[in-house]
Write a protein that binds this ligand. Structure first.
Ligand SMILES: [Zn+2]
Ligand SMILES: [Zn+2]
Length: 278
C-alpha cells in the first residue's frame, strides 16, 4: 500500500501545510481519510481527482479535519459524467453533517443545474455511520481485497471519534486521527507497517501563554505518547503528522529525537505529499 500525507497541518494556518488529510492507495482502491483545508489541491498533486476516490473516511467532525468536505462533494459532482455519490464513513453525526453541508450548497447546486443541462442530478453522499452497532472487529469495508477496521479513540469532549486500520495483501496501515493513547488505538495499531498519528509538543505549547492553545494539551497524543504507542504495538514505521506547533525549519531532528527515545523503529515527521509504503 502507498500512504500519501496529503495535508499535515492543524487548525493554525501554515503556508506549507494543508489541513489534515491522508490518502491510502491499496491496489486500485483510493481511500481518503479526513478532508482538511486544501485537500483537493494536494490530491491533484498526488495525481488524483475526486471522482476516482472510492471512499472518504472521517475520524471526527472537528473543522480542521472536515473543512473541505464541501469542496470534495461539489467537485466530485461537477466532474462526474454520471451520478456518482461520494461514499462517506464517519462517526455518528456524519449524516446530519452532510445534510447541513448540502443545504449550504443549495445556491451553487441551483446555478449549476440551471446552466449545465446534462447535470441532471444533485450532489450526494452515501453515508455510513460507525460505532452504533457493528462490532469493532468486523470490517466496515471489505472489497477488492481491502479490509478496513475501525475502533473508538479518545479525543473527548469530541466524541465519538474513530481510528481506522487498512489491510491489503499482508500490508497494514493505522490512521489514528486526534486521540490520546487508548485501547481502541492499541488494537488498530497492533503490528502495523505504518501508523499515522496526529501529534503535539507539550513542551512547546506550555511555553505559549495563550489559554486556548493550552487547551489542546489534554486531548491529543504528544510525540512521546505516539512513540510509546508505536513501541507497545510493535509498529514498523511511525508517521508524525498534524504537528502542533508546526516545526520551525531546522528543528525536525528534535521532533524525531523525542520519538526515538521511546521507539526503536523508523520515524517520519511528515510534510505534505510525503509518501510511506507498507
Ligand atoms: Zn485536528
Ligand atoms: Zn480534533
Amino acid at each position: 500500500m502507498k500512504v500519501t500525507l496529503l495535508g499535515t497541518g492543524s487548525p493554525i494556518p501554515a503556508p506549507d501545510r494543508a489541513g489534515p488529510a491522508t490518502l491510502v492507495q491499496a491496489g486500485a482502491v483510493n481511500l481518503v481519510f479526513d478532508a482538511g483545508r486544501g485537500v483537493l489541491m494536494r490530491l491533484a498533486a498526488a495525481g488524483l481527482i475526486p471522482p476516482f476516490v472510492h471512499r472518504l473516511l472521517l475520524t471526527h467532525l472537528h473543522s480542521d479535519h472536515t473543512t473541505d468536505v464541501n469542496d470534495f462533494v461539489t467537485t466530485r459532482w461537477a466532474m462526474s459524467p454520471v451520478e456518482n455519490p461520494l461514499p462517506v464513513t464517519g462517526p455518528p453525526g456524519t449524516a446530519a453533517y452532510v445534510e447541513r453541508l448540502l443545504a449550504m450548497l443549495a445556491d451553487d447546486i441551483g446555478y449549476r443545474r440551471a446552466h449545465h443541462q446534462d447535470l441532471g442530478w444533485d450532489p450526494g453522499c452515501d453515508v455510513v455511520e460507525l460505532l452504533e452497532g457493528p462490532h469493532p472487529d468486523d470490517p466496515v469495508f471489505a472489497e477488492h481485497g481491502v479490509r478496513i477496521l475501525a475502533a473508538p479513540t479518545d479525543h473527548r469532549p469530541v466524541a465519538p471519534t474513530i481510528g481506522y486500520r487498512v489491510e491489503h495483501e499482508g500490508g497494514t496501515v493505522a490512521i489514528a486521527g486526534d486521540t490520546l493513547p487508548c485501547t481502541g488505538l492499541e488494537r488498530l495499531c497492533a503490528g502495523v507497517d505504518v501508523y499515522v498519528q496526529t501529534v503535539i509538543r507539550p513542551d512547546l505549547i506550555q511555553s505559549m501563554p495563550v489559554k486556548r492553545i493550552q487547551d489542546v494539551l489534554d486531548y491529543h497524543s504528544s510525540v512521546e505518547d505516539a512513540a510509546r504507542t508505536a513501541a507497545t504495538a510493535g509498529v514498523r514505521t511511525l508517521v508524525l503528522t498534524h504537528p502542533v506547533p508546526a516545526p520551525f525549519p531546522g528543528t525536525e531532528d528534535e521532533w524525531l529525537g523525542i520519538a526515538a527515545a521511546h521507539f526503536d523503529g523508523e520515524v517520519v515527521l511528515a510534510r505534505d505529499l510525503a509518501v510511506v509504503e507498507t
